[in-house]
Design a binder for this molecule. Sequence first.
Ligand code: NAI
Ligand code: MG
Length: 494
Amino acid sequence: MPVELEVNQVTWIQPTQLFINNEFKDAVKKNTLETIDPSTGKVIANVQLATAEDVDIAVCCSRKAFNKVWKNTCGSDRGKLLIKLSELTEKYGELLATIEAMDSGKPMYTNALGDIEECASIYRYYGGIADKIEGKVSMDDPLALSYTRREPFGVVGAIIPWNYPLATASWKIAPALAAGNCIVLKVAENTPLSMLYFANLVVEAGFPPGVINIITGTGQEVGAKLSSHMDVDKLTFTGSTAVGQKILQAAAGSNLKDCTLELGGKSPLIVFEDCDLDQAAKWAYEGIMYNMGQICCGTSRLLVHESVHDKFVEFLLDVIARKSVAGDVFDKNTTHGPQISSAHLQKIKGYVECAKNEGAIVACGGAQWGENGYYFLPTILLNVKPGDTVDQEEIFGPVASVTKFKTYEEAISIANNTKYGLGGAVFTNDIAKGHKAANDIVTGYVWINSSNDQDYHLPFTGHKMSGIGSELGTTGIEGYLKLKSVQVNLGKRI
Ligand code: NAI
Ligand code: MG
């Protein structure tokens, strides 16, 4: 049953059940899952925990909604509903951000509210694309009308992680629905609350029942069931590379469903000797410390030309000292909240210990903060060598390593020496060098003279082991459409 919650002088009725067919329902087995406030370690609420049976029910409702209603709804009407969802996201923005801050540990004013803006923009953007889906006509044969249709898959399964619950859901729901699909979305175990509240907005916007379904559940059971379901036509996932591989295997072993995977990263940020060092230091801070480093495209590997290394480090430490304010996530000044969980905090600590053992020097941070919750201080590791553990493995915390280089070629070679290929940043005042580096870095996104100020008008795509397919931008809709060719005989006789 829903529970009344209160935080930051806001009171609301929090849904805790599964959202299927526009109704909140208990899970078949009625098991529950505790969700924790990572800034205190205390339980916020118990939510219903879906199992495989609930996935079957949600997929079945979604299929019915697709066949009976959604596939006959024109793009402009789908677009209107998405734009309504965007407006409601803004209307309830403060409350959604409050729930997100509480359940995930994002600082409300410097972080969670920004996510709301992003969500509203993405629903609006794809609302505007929904009526612009077009096919092609081939003019080659005068005796044929040969054209293509771009059709929705049908039922999309979506699995999202805990670092951007509302935002990542919008990356998937908006284009999937704009393209004409229905969706069953599984939220992460650590952060179910914001999307369960968001379900109210789905009803208020007027979506037909079954078009958007939101369920909880473990990855091992519910995530695996969605990935291997014979009646899910398309799977879209954001999370770790290891789980992405399992999903692809499950898709291959079931109905060969199409998969879009947005996976991990270990993104470089190259500081050339001719750049504006003050700007490089400020963006380097934003690029990895924002969201407590829990960012897939966080630029965690700072590759710095040896001639500016000491100055850059001095600037960076100064930025951290001035900008990073750990504290209550509802305090207006707080920029640094807790990590998502105790287990994740331990994992980050483990990486810092490992770096020290491999010869790194901790220039700042390196320790937990405060008495309560799962806070870890922004940490800069110096003297990290290419190939060291922290140079290679995704830490997903507020930890950046600094590595020196001598030449352009060496910088690019270190930048590309990872199995990942998600993001990358380059700092230089030489336009040609910046563009050349953008060409030479093997990642799906490169920033020149900034980091992580992502633009949703551009596609977001992972090269190498960072993913398959792409999201966002006008091409983001492609992942939710399949092609069909139709040929009409205009008079050829046999
Ligand atoms: P994860 O990849 O295990 O979880 C992400 C989502 O996948 C969750 O909804 C989870 O329930 C689901 N899942 C887990 N196992 C599954 C399976 N076998 N089949 C289908 N779905 C499954 O990420 P986790 O454990 O929360 O974090 C571990 C590491 O993953 C982090 O430390 C970080 O390095 C990376 N990560 C990367 C993210 C990104 O944005 N690229 C987001 C979250 C985590
Ligand atoms: Mg939580």
